[in-house]
Design a protein around this ligand. Structure first.
Ligand code: G3P
Ligand code: CA
Length: 253
């Protein structure tokens, strides 16, 4: 199993879209906030622009998190960087920009690990995996990331192109054979939706040498999740699971 977190002791706290509960998601201010709150890694989402650059934004469209309109992939980098990606969250974040993937990696190098989610669908980006690896190479960050996706074809393609990159499969159901899901995608990690997580699933992942880290939003019950023995958690509020981890460690659990 490739572990993007190296020798750091777990369980790892991954700041979801940075610290999406505190700042406009997937922006530099959100990533800064995430590590200020002692996240071990920041998670981000990538889409390509019309001129072949990768930008960090969650949706395939611009409306929810910027003052732009339409698809990310039909806009140039310059057009996207002209948008306000902060005011929707709070006026105090006016004119915060959509960062490039390269920009975030350069900021993260030597500072924090990065969980990179490749977004696919309903528009499919046939070369996004090659584009992502090229940017990782420019930043010399192949060994510092965990690449994840709900598109398991993308996950498998990344591993086939670059076996040394740690990968994980996202999924949202209580699947019959989660280990088989990882094997089919040649992945190193399982990323299940947290309410359907079980101790048995965690044990099966560990028996197979897989890292397991569930995902979810602000509604997550970290006492429950961490009691299952997971290796990592995703958090909009990275201080919330950190508090639970420290309480459990103090109690000797
Ligand atoms: O990135 C992990 C998980 O949170 C996937 O869901 O919609 O937040 O990208 P989403
Ligand atoms: Ca994501």
């Amino acid at each position: 199993m490739r572990n993007a977190f190296g020798d750091r002791p777990g369980p790892y706290v991954i700041g979801h879209r940075g610290a999406a509960g505190y700042a406009p998601e997937n922006t530099m201010v959100s990533f800064e906030r995430g590590i200020a709150l002692r996240a071990d890694a920041i998670e981000l989402d990538i889409h390509p622009t019309s001129d072949g650059q990768l930008v960090v934004i969650h949706d395939p469209t611009l409306e929810r998190t910027t003052n732009g309109h339409g698809f990310v992939s039909t806009h140039s980098l310059a057009e996207i960087q002209a948008l306000d990606a902060g005011s929707w969250f709070d006026p105090s974040f006016q004119n915060v920009r959509v960062p490039t993937f390269r920009e975030v990696l350069e900021w993260a190098r030597g500072r924090t690990k990065v969980v990179v989610e490749i977004k696919q669908g309903p528009i499919f980006y046939p070369a996004i995996e090659e584009m992502m690896i090229a940017v990782l190479d420019q930043a010399q960050m192949r060994g510092e990331v965990l690449v994840i996706s709900f598109d398991h074809h993308s996950v498998r393609k990344v591993k086939q192109l670059a076996p040394e990159i740690a990968t994980g499969v996202l999924y949202a159901g209580r699947v019959i054979d989660p280990v088989g899901l990882a094997l089919a995608a040649q992945a190193d990690a399982l990323m299940p939706y947290w309410p359907l997580l079980t101790k048995e699933e965690v044990a099966a992942a560990h028996a197979a040498g897989l890292l397991i880290g569930p995902w979810g939003g602000a509604e997550q019950n970290y006492e429950y999740i961490l009691a299952t023995g997971v290796d990592a958690v995703l958090a909009d509020f990275p201080d919330h699971p950190r508090t639970v981890i420290e309480q459990q460690q103090a109690a000797g659990r």
